[in-house]
Write a protein that binds this ligand. Structure first.
Ligand SMILES: Nc1ncnc2c1ncn2[C@@H]1O[C@H](COP(=O)(O)OP(=O)(O)O)[C@@H](O)[C@H]1O
Ligand SMILES: [Mg+2]
Length: 323
């Protein structure tokens, strides 16, 4: 549904995104995760036809964002980072105004407004002036606006920034609800945000794609060539040397207490030695009561990536001096 190939954007001599490629299939709900300044908004603004890229291609629903922007805008609902809303207007008035921009006639607008008001739980707020609404309510009005023309694709730029915890939960539930009928791409600089809402995450840092996959796949990747926790009985030196001689094992650290050996087994990326560990235990008649990968933390991975981005940028001499 969204295809991005080698997309690059320069602001003057500052490269904001650097040859990024990814795709999002119909029906997916994908998190676009990255620290501040990673290039999320830049990418989103190109996809939503608000500005051109310097090079590369992007299509949405098969339409090129550069040459077929009208067609792209028809199938995209976009919630910008800062919802531009007119404080003096009433919500209903604002939605009529936005509906006109989409070319909907009066009765189509009325039907559309009824539909989005229900979807986004606008309730009684619909006849209030916008300046009276909380940040969370305004965000819902922004979503209602994005949904007016019943787009296939929703692109949401940091949809929960500035909301309190209750509003964050409500907004997440709403997004999950919307994801049943729409393809959703949402950006965030907060890992738990995408973990809570998305099936798949694309991590962007320093204008490049750092990783992509489901939370489980990402954890697998981080763990790749990492460590296993093993607990078994048997004479400690023999257990250690038996495990060490298995192909795919790099290193074993053992501690023993009450007849149990607890082993931290470092493995290579190429081969998972878990089945062989089980067989060694069975052949020697050593009881195995635990054999599991050490739990990888996505949080740590994300912090690493963020740190790499910061040092990378200093090294490249384009640190974030404030203009
Ligand atoms: N209009 C602009 N002019 C110059 N530099 C910009 C502009 N917008 C963004 N940038 C720079 O491009 C990089 C990516 O910004 P942005 O896409 O807003 O990141 P994110 O949304 O991930 O925080 C940052 O280094 C930012 O300072
Ligand atoms: Mg942004």
């Amino acid at each position: 549904m969204i295809h991005v190939q080698n997309l690059t954007k320069d602001y003057g001599d500052r490269r904001a995104i650097d040859g990024i490629s990814f795709h999002i299939s119909e029906g997916e709900i994908v998190g676009f995760l990255g620290p501040n300044g990673a290039g999320k908004t830049t990418t989103i603004r190109i996809l939503t036809c608000y500005m051109p890229a310097t090079s590369g291609t992007a299509t949405v629903g098969g339409h090129d964002v550069f040459t077929e922007s009208m067609a792209v805008r028809r199938i995209i609902g976009y919630l910008p980072e800062n919802v531009p809303i007119y404080p003096q207007m009433r919500v209903r008035e604002y939605l009529h105004f936005r509906g006109k921009l989409h070319g909907l006639d009066r009765s189509a607008r009325q039907a559309a407004i009824r539909r989005v008001a229900e979807l986004c739980w606008l309730g009684d707020f619909i006849d209030r002036p916008i300046y009276q609404l909380s940040k969370g309510m305004r965000q819902r009005v922004g979503l209602a606006d994005a949904l007016l023309h019943d787009p296939k694709v929703l692109i949401l730029d940091e949809p929960t920034v500035g909301l309190d915890p209750t509003q964050i939960r409500e907004t997440r539930n709403l997004i999950k609800e919307l994801a049943k009928r729409h393809t959703v791409m949402l950006s965030s600089h907060i890992l738990p945000e995408v973990e809570a809402t998305c099936q798949r995450t694309i991590i962007i840092a320093g204008g490049r794609i750092a990783a992509s996959g489901s939370p489980d796949e990402l954890k697998e990747r981080i763990r790749g060539g990492s460590r296993l926790i093993v607990e078994m009985t048997g004479p400690a030196p023999e257990v250690t040397s038996a495990i060490e001689s298995i192909t795919g094992v790099k290193n074993v650290q053992a501690t023993s207490s009450n007849g149990w050996n607890r082993l931290i087994v470092e493995t290579t990326r190429e081969r998972d030695p878990r089945e062989d560990i089980f067989r060694v235990a069975a052949n020697r008649n050593w009881t195995l009561r635990e054999l599991r990968p050490e739990v990888a933390s996505l949080e740590e991975f994300f912090i690493q990536i963020t740190a790499q981005q910061a040092t990378g940028q200093r090294a490249a001499g384009r640190g974030r001096e404030v203009a």
